[in-house]
Design a protein around this ligand. Structure first.
Ligand code: SF4
Length: 118
């Protein structure tokens, strides 16, 4: 079985073909121009990761706060992370990079503010 993957590590956007066995093991990866593409394809086929960004309300401000996971988290956890973010209660001031939710969904990854808010 072949799976088409576009590498997102740089603007070149190499289109790769990953051939998987019937049991799901990677047999070959072609189309990448550099080793980063192969690493990305392997990650995508085993445990795809994503940065998650969102905007959450701030209790004492009309301006919402933009936040993101500090590093990529498993893609399948996106709904749980979004649900967890709905439970966050935060008030201004908020510093750039401030943790608004530690260890989101048991990933060990915090959600942090991507901008300051007075
Ligand atoms: S495989 Fe290498 S050159 Fe191609 S998109 Fe990925 S990082 Fe860029």
């Amino acid at each position: 079985m072949d799976q088409q993957i576009t590498c997102i590590n740089c603007p070149v956007g190499c289109r790769m073909t990953v051939t998987l066995s019937e049991s799901g093991e990677i047999q070959s990866i072609t189309g990448n121009t550099c080793p980063r593409g192969e690493k990305y394809a392997r990650q995508e086929c085993t445990l795809p990761l994503r940065m998650i960004t969102a905007v959450i309300p701030v209790e004492n401000s009309a301006t919402p706060l933009s936040v993101k996971t500090a590093s990529p988290v498993p893609k399948h956890l996106i709904p749980e992370v979004m649900a967890a973010l709905k439970t966050v209660r935060i008030s201004a001031p908020v510093a750039l990079g401030q943790t608004v939710l530690p260890d989101v969904c048991g990933t060990g990854v915090p959600v942090i503010a991507t901008r300051p808010l007075e």
